[in-house]
Write a protein that binds this ligand. Sequence first.
Ligand SMILES: [Zn+2]
Ligand SMILES: [Zn+2]
Length: 104
Amino acid sequence: MRTRRLEISCPLCGSAEVSYTCTPNCCFNHVCAGCGTTFEPVTRATGRKVSGIEPPTPLPDPADPTVACARCDSTEVYLTPENTAVCAQCGALLEIELTEIHTA
Ligand SMILES: [Zn+2]
Ligand SMILES: [Zn+2]
């Protein structure tokens, strides 16, 4: 299954201009370019799995939205054609939840 880069919209203004500002071994702080809100996305395994995940081309930039898989901690989480987050390492389908939301 071909996937595309993860997209996360700002929980406050809905902008898709969201960047990842840290590194996976530190935290998952993201910032919205539109309104300056920061948040950390976390994933929850849905219990469903798929196989044959193809990573997107080109691969995401380090500043693109990034989350860790709730099952295997991989940050190779992409979107299926149905807009579901999926881990390319273990194939888990994931739900994304936004935490630590702080408005600027
Ligand atoms: Zn915003
Ligand atoms: Zn995984």
